[in-house]
Design a protein around this ligand. Structure first.
Ligand SMILES: NC(=O)c1ccc[n+]([C@@H]2O[C@H](COP(=O)([O-])OP(=O)(O)OC[C@H]3O[C@@H](n4cnc5c(N)ncnc54)[C@H](O)[C@@H]3O)[C@@H](O)[C@H]2O)c1
Length: 351
């Protein structure tokens, strides 16, 4: 199989690239990334050095270049992780998010259409469903797309384009995933866990937004890779009829979660405990980011029953191992900090 993995120098894309190389040594893996400032080639450079992957620097919006890559490698399957991914940055600069997450998703899919790719998996997020109301126990594949932040709205726009392709070009084999918040190694140190650990090691406090009681649904990145692999290995894409237009769960859309709902404050408490540091001394509550979702949780029943998905990593063990990974891999994040501006946004000063 010749597989194209886009966003391969990012957090989940690089974990998935390692996963595929280890599990399927016979696959030809084309890893693609535009090497945005929020990527890290270091995540996959050992694989490139050992000739286990071929790396292509390209932008998914650049249709001509992407087409050349499809033609050159005769790509069978595509997994698209390429995206602008940080909610905070999307508030400061929403345009690039709309371009990459909506137009970029469509351009890549169009290349898959023109080059008759066998299966195209579009990686989306739980956040397209928006914020969970008090009367909604969880979201499912049938929940309306109701994103309200510039990041999640751009992802939802991408989703709608992908859903349109799914239903218009019926012979195309396209799947969408909506995953819970991921944690694990190689996450860019602008996100909660690596940012907190790297701040603490540098003697800086952890800044908790608002009251810190925002609830998130957490899944280890390895289990996310397992779920995507189940979708990749499906013998046939499930067929769907016209009623899928009003019942999205009939489309090949899969919500992925391990049902671990944890508040941000509790995540920070675990980090401090693992680092033997005192909460009152090392945490400061700061201005919340505007329009911050309070809660979202998804029900993974469909992927559990249809594809037998079972998460393998216990949350408490996984999160503590993740904290230790950032403690043990100081050079990895210090190299990123050397080339990045301040990754912590102060919302009391921003407009
Ligand atoms: N991190 C999470 O918790 C989470 C949860 C659910 C879904 N997702 C989704 O998974 C995907 C990957 O997320 P991540 O956390 O690994 O993000 P990330 O920011 O770590 O990685 C994204 C990668 O895409 C690359 N990229 C950006 N624009 C590109 C472009 N125009 N062309 C080519 N490459 C480009 C970046 O350089 C980066 O390496 C995203 O689609 C995100 O919405 C993430």
């Amino acid at each position: 199989m010749k597989i194209l993995i886009t966003g391969a120098a990012g957090f989940i894309g690089s974990n998935f690239t390692h996963f595929i190389v280890e599990k399927y040594p016979s696959y030809k893996v084309i890893a693609l990334d535009n090497l945005s400032p929020y990527s890290n080639m270091e995540n996959i450079s050992s694989l490139e050095k050992d000739n286990k992957i071929i790396f292509e620097k390209a932008d998914i919006i650049d249709f001509e270049k992407i087409s050349e890559i499809y033609k050159k490698y005769e790509i069978d399957n595509v997994v698209n992780f390429a995206a602008e991914s940080h909610n905070d940055r999307a508030i400061i600069d929403p345009s690039i998010f709309a371009k990459v997450n909506a137009l970029g998703a469509q351009q890549l899919l169009e290349a898959s259409r023109q080059f008759n790719v066998k299966r195209h998996i579009h990686i989306s997020t739980i956040e397209v469903y928006g914020e969970q109301g008090k009367d909604t126990p969880y979201f499912t594949e049938n929940s309306p797309l109701n994103a309200k932040t510039p990041y999640s709205a751009a992802k939802a726009a991408g989703d709608l384009l992908v859903r349109a392709y799914m239903q218009t070009y019926e012979d195309m084999d396209i799947c969408i995933t909506h995953c819970a918040n991921n944690y694990g190694p190689y996450q860019f140190p602008e996100k909660l866990i690596p940012l907190a650990v790297s701040n603490l090691i540098q003697g800086k406090k952890v800044a908790l937004y608002g009251d810190g009681k925002q609830r998130r649904d957490w899944l280890h990145v390895y289990d996310h890779c397992l779920a995507i692999d189940l979708i990749l290995q499906m013998k046939e894409r499930p067929s769907f009829g016209k009623d899928a237009a009003t019942q999205a769960s009939k489309l090949p859309i899969y919500d992925i979660s391990a049902r671990n709902e944890v508040t941000n404050i509790d995540i920070v408490k675990i980090i401090l405990e693992e680092m033997n540091l005192d909460f009152d001394k090392w945490v400061e509550f700061v201005a919340d980011r505007p329009n911050h979702d309070r809660r979202y949780l998804i029900n993974p029943e469909k992927i559990e029953t249809q594809l037998n998905f079972k998460p393998t990593i216990n949350f408490d063990k996984g999160i503590r191992e993740t904290v230790r990974w950032y403690m043990d891999n100081e050079k990895w994040w210090r190299d990123i900090l050397k080339r990045s501006n301040n990754l912590q946004i102060d919302w009391s000063k921003s407009k």
